[in-house]
Structures are given as C-alpha cells and as structure tokens.
Write a protein that binds this ligand. Structure first.
Ligand code: ZN
Length: 331
C-alpha cells in the first residue's frame, strides 16, 4: 500500500526503504497490510517500541494463538518459572500448555468458592511511553495524507525522544479488555474523524482491535486542536466496543481502563493473572492416571500437586479471523 507519509521526512538516497514495513504491527498478527512510509531507520526505532508493546501485552499472544513474524510465540516468565506454549492443528483447534518449574510456588491457584482457576506470573519489564509510541505510530500511519502537515509535532514526538519531557503527558489510552476466551487473531483499525471542526474534541480517534483488547487513542497534536488543550479542556467521546456479530460473551465481563502511559521509567515485576471458570463437577471429579502403572485415581483436584496444564481451544479458531483491514469512518 503506497502512502504519501514519511515518518521522519527523510528521502532516498539519504535513507533506505528496504525492509517490509507493517501499517499495523506484525507481532499482533498483521501479515498482509504493508506500506512504504517507514525508512529503515524509523522501522528499527518502531521495532523497539513494538518490543515494549509485546512485553506489555504479556501472555496474550501465546494464550490466544496469534501468529507473529514466523509462529505463535512462546511465553516464558522472567526467571522461567512459568512457560506458556501453543500449537495449532488446522482441523482440531489449538492446544495451549502451561508448565511451571516449581510446584510449591503460588503460580497455580484455585478459588473453590468462586470456582475459578488462575495462573499467576510476572511480566517482562517495559517502558510505558514506548508502549504508547507503538500505538501512536500505528495511528499516525493511518492518518489521510492530506492531513499529515497538521500532525508535524506528533510525527516529531513519535520519531525521537527530544520532545518526551514536554509532550509525554498526552500519552493517555482507553482500553477495553475482553475475557481470554475471545481473540482478534488479526488486528483491525478504525479511524474516526470529528464532524464539526470547531468542537472541542480531538480531530481523529484511532481504535485498534487486537488480541483480547480494544484500544482507543485520541491522536494528539493536530495543530488546530492544540488551542483546546488549555482552558476548558478537550473531550474524549468513548467509542463502544464493536464486534462483528453482537457480543460473543457476556458484556459485563468487559473491563474498561484508562491507561496513563506517560512514564519513561521501566516497569519491572508487574504481575499478571489468567483466570478461567472451572465447573464444579470437574473440580470434584478429576481423575489422575499414574503414568507408570496406568492406574486411575479419583481424588479432589489439588492445584498444588500439578506442574502443568493443557487447554484446548476448539476449532474453528476465535472469530474475526479475516485479513487485517483498515476502515476509515466519520463520527
Ligand atoms: Zn524515517
């Protein structure tokens, strides 16, 4: 896809355009939507942002079986005590295996009253502002060519660290998180544009549906919007999460968060939990098989005694398994 944007404004032969550049990040499952807006230097810089974004989303790509550049990535928690791995068979769906190295740790827990099983682990370190810039880069890459001049400051912000101290306070993103039973296996983006030029709103809002998340990012620094930032402030309309065929799960399981991604300090040791319901009859009727004698035992399920689990995601894989697409619309 040819787009008349160059993130840094440099031209060939000063910079090269040899690498494949993805309009929406490849690690999120976009293998088809490419553009020629990134020189190799920008591409490398954005690769660093994407690395932080991939650490930020943690286990989601593995648990939801989203293929990156070559395959579905394995997730190993720092220190390696919890490992998630996925394999997909075309007709049978996917198997996700979770193993831990130390059975006495607290990584597998069970809440018998709520009948919930959970897996606890630590995420890899990430820098929030770099996560934000990974999203901002995708948003700016989708802006119509005719409007790029108005985003000059935003392009400077995303391509260098020089403006971070002055502009990083703008790094707010709104997010809907869906249960892990749901996945966008390829990313989809919407760009909303305000109708009334004088209204105190961001001109564009970028919405990215990916993994089990929907991110809403008001694109900052559109020149005519800047006067709205002071005084009364600027409004951000919440765009409801949209799915192809209604809600594929109870809508009260969607969690909404306002993410402040302005920090330049590394976040270390952030905990993550993957939880899922476990039916009563399963909880009470689990059988174990002695791998040596083949003898079956009927015993209550005791998570402290297991060192691994396997999950089967039935075929077909989760909905929205269409080609990555960019949809532009007016709000
Ligand atoms: Zn460049």
């Amino acid at each position: 896809m040819r787009r008349n944007i160059h993130f840094c404004g440099k031209k060939s032969p000063d910079v090269k355009f040899k690498k494949d550049a993805h309009m929406l990040s490849e690690f999120l499952g976009n293998h088809t939507l490419l553009y020629d807006s990134e020189c190799d230097e920008c591409n490398q810089k954005f690769g660093v942002y994407e690395d932080h974004f991939s650490k930020y989303v943690g286990v989601a790509r593995t648990f939801l079986c989203v293929k990156g550049k070559e395959k579905i990535p394995k997730f190993k928690s720092p220190g390696g005590n919890v490992v998630f791995e996925s394999s997909v068979a075309e007709d049978k769906g996917a198997t996700i295996s979770v193993k831990r190295t130390e059975v006495l740790d607290q990584s597998f827990q069970i809440d018998r009253e709520k009948m919930m099983q959970s897996i606890h682990f630590t995420k890899h370190p990430y820098i929030p502002l770099k996560v934000y810039k990974a999203l901002l880069k995708m948003a700016l890459g989708c802006v119509p060519s005719a409007e790029i001049d108005q985003y000059r400051k935003a392009f400077e912000f995303v391509t260098s660290d020089d403006h971070d101290s002055k502009l990083r306070h703008l790094s707010t993103v709104y997010r809907y998180a869906m249960p892990y039973s749901f996945a966008f296996t390829r990313p989809t983006a919407f760009l909303y544009r305000k109708r009334v030029p004088g209204s105190p709103l961001f001109t564009h809002i970028f919405v990215l549906s990916t993994l089990n998340y929907i991110y809403e990012l008001p694109i900052p620094l559109y020149a005519p919007d800047i006067p709205f930032y002071s005084g009364e402030g600027i409004n951000v309309p919440m765009i409801p999460p949209l799915f192809e065929n209604g809600y594929p799960f109870p809508s009260d399981t969607i969690r909404f968060s306002i993410l402040d991604l302005s920090s330049v300090d590394t976040v270390k040791g952030e905990k993550e939990v993957v939880s899922f319901p476990i039916p009563k009859e399963v909880l009470e009727g689990l059988r174990s098989v002695d791998p040596i004698t083949g003898e079956e035992h009927i015993a209550p399920f005791e998570p402290s005694e297991i060192n691994g689990m396997e999950f089967i995601r039935g075929a077909p894989l989760p909905p929205h398994d269409t080609n990555a697409s960019l949809i532009t619309t007016s709000s």
